[in-house]
Design a protein around this ligand. Sequence first.
Ligand SMILES: Cc1cc2nc3c(=O)[nH]c(=O)nc-3n(C[C@H](O)[C@H](O)[C@H](O)COP(=O)(O)O)c2cc1C
Length: 417
Amino acid sequence: MASLTASRISPLHFPNLSSSNSRIRKVGFRVYAAENNPEPDLSVKVNGLQLPNPFVIGSGPPGTNYTVMKRAFEEGWGAVIAKTVSLEADKVVNVTPRYARLRAESNGSPKGQIIGWENIELISDRPLETMLKEFKQLKKEYPDRILIASIMEEYNKPAWEELIERVEETGVDALEINFSCPHGMPERKMGAAVGKDCALLEEVCGWVNAKATVPVWAKMTPNVTDITQPARVALKAGSEGVSAINTITSVMGINLNTLHPEPCVEGYTTPGGYSCKAVHPIALAMVMQIAKMMQSEFNNGEYSLSAIGGVETGGDAAEFILLGANTVQVCTGVMMHGYGLVKKLCEELKDFMRKHNFSSIEDFRGHSLQYFTTHTDLVRRQREAIEKRKAIRKGLASDKDWTGDGFVKETESMVSN
Ligand SMILES: Cc1cc2nc3c(=O)[nH]c(=O)nc-3n(C[C@H](O)[C@H](O)[C@H](O)COP(=O)(O)O)c2cc1C
């Protein structure tokens, strides 16, 4: 069990949410407290929504119809974000194959672990009316569970207003706005075309937030130079939260036998979106940047951050939470491991919490943000640390420096082992 000093664990390091558990722990009581502590509490409250745990089905195939969303609730996911819907599903035409995987061994080896996943899938191709009926049915069967609709429309205010009105009528708990779909949709000035253009984003976010009566999370594209810029715009325009990241522009590879790229559709492809384990470090960096920006500019407890990218273990989720995330979304992980993954995620996150004697998510949310600084500051810290070590190692410069009080310490300062 790693030992934490009271000063490391007692303050809330991401103080934009008031702690539900502000009890002070003392190191001396750790073992006693750990033995008698109740189960770590995974529940989270975010933008007024109560979730049994922070694990949320990310928008995509795992939230594509009634059957699979019901399954997600049954297995215990904290919330479900449905596959993105728009007014006119008949404009959405998918191709097959539309996925390609990267394995840890040489590209294409059937044995290597899957670490990267490219998709060229569009938003939902199911009629809006059908999806709305299913949202309504799910909210009827699971009134206490959190169902979030992911929505996207063209650059057209009345269309956005109609979509929001019709989706909200079903009783969904929140909206995630897909400002990040990387393929197909930008050709219609949708998704990432809006998310990459801060002026457009501000305008569309303004329309959305003027109309919506439930919390709004703006989902960010990572395919920008500085993700804090659109995140700031979305929050300033009235969104309650930010979700990050959607997929990263990618070409999975070229088949060296056929010379055609993957995923190969009639001999051709188009760049797609990259997800899975390989994007996790990139997502961590972007979530950290957004969290730091939110901490300094939107630090009044009203705003939330939903982290996404390459989560397959409770440890992956703990990392996002340590960087300030309120919730953690999983998409590709569910496509590879199934809906039961949530049980493993919860157990592993609880193990992590037990190890550090954290009793709630708020106990450690944002803790590790404080360890990010500039390179210049790293150089300064290292120089200081080296000087300190040298001073300690040096011992006494002269025999005249021995003192009576410090004699033992002075002796130790000159011992090498
Ligand atoms: C096949 C597939 C389809 C997706 N469809 C959507 C979508 O309709 N709307 C959306 O906002 N994100 C969509 N995403 C993006 C995911 O929600 C998520 O942001 C991304 O895949 C990174 O998380 P992951 O590594 O857990 O998959 C899709 C991802 C995949 C792999």
